[in-house]
Ligand binder design. Structure first.
Ligand SMILES: Nc1ncnc2c1ncn2[C@@H]1O[C@H](COP(=O)(O)OP(=O)(O)OP(=O)(O)O)[C@@H](O)[C@H]1O
Length: 238
């Protein structure tokens, strides 16, 4: 039985205007429904294939601020989220998430600033701006994760060294085992390797599941690491 907080989604494309750019995103426009059966779901695919658009819409429909944070964050520094949230219906599970966080690499700076504004004597600031980008990003992820929470993460690897990606991978795996749910957009072959995760790729013009070894994140990295000299020879000759 599907025990996830967000068990799946449906998109009613009739609710999106005919000339919306959303209808031109090749992989996305074919999505009518998706099911999230496992505690960890990954969205992968080429730049511009629609992963963040779908992730953001899921987060907004679930009640998160489009720029990220917990459900209590309500600031807005720019209004750029798409109308996809108006067409998505989430199928929610019978369990209630005790905690949640929408983490986006691209607006982390704004969220870190807001975290200082929201701090008070009872909830002192973690002063993320006083740490390096990677240190603060991992610290935030570690502070926020709890068993029975839901975490929507957009490219959480962006600021992280390979070492810290391994740390994040272990944390995600640990909390997923303890009952948390993660939906993650990533290009990281390290994070993608988390056992038992389900991977949806936005490549080849349709959103479909794929094996770890079939992701381009894995294939390009594997080719580069194992055949670096031949690859560079070929690329620089072209
Ligand atoms: N406001 C907008 N107007 C027109 N097109 C847009 C707008 N916002 C996003 N797009 C387009 O929608 C497409 C999907 O963007 P999205 O950010 O979802 O891609 P992505 O798969 O997350 O890419 P990346 O891996 O680079 O983060 C892109 O081609 C982008 O240019």
């Amino acid at each position: 039985m599907n025990q996830q907080f967000i068990r799946g989604l449906e998109i009613d494309w009739n609710k999106i205007e005919r000339d919306s750019y959303l209808k031109n995103i090749e992989a996305l426009k074919g999505v009518e429904q998706l099911e999230f059966e496992t505690p960890i779901t990954f969205f992968v695919g080429e730049n511009g294939s629609g992963k963040s658009t779908l992730l953001e819409a899921i987060a907004v429909v679930y009640g998160f601020n489009p720029e990220g944070g917990t459900k209590n964050y309500s600031f807005s520094t720019y209004d750029s989220h798409s109308n996809l949230c108006e067409a998505i219906r989430l199928s929610k599970g019978f369990r209630q998430a005790k905690h949640g966080y929408f983490l986006r690499a691209e607006s982390f700076y704004n969220v870190a600033t807001k975290e200082e504004d929201y701090a008070d004597a009872g909830h002192p600031s973690s002063r993320f701006h006083a740490q390096s980008h990677g240190e603060s990003f991992l610290a935030l992820a570690q502070q926020q994760m709890q068993p029975n929470g839901i975490y929507i993460l957009d490219e959480p690897e962006a600021a992280l060294s390979p070492h810290r990606q391994l740390t994040l991978m272990l944390e995600i795996h640990r909390y997923a085992k303890a009952g948390a749910q993660f939906i993650i957009v990533t290009h990281s072959p390290i994070l993608l390797a988390i056992p038992e995760a389900k991977i949806w790729t936005f490549d080849e013009g349709a959103v479909h599941t794929c094996a770890y070894e079939d992701t381009s994140s894995y294939q390009v990295t594997e080719m580069f690491v194992n055949h670096r000299e031949q690859l560079l020879d070929r690329l620089f000759k072209e």
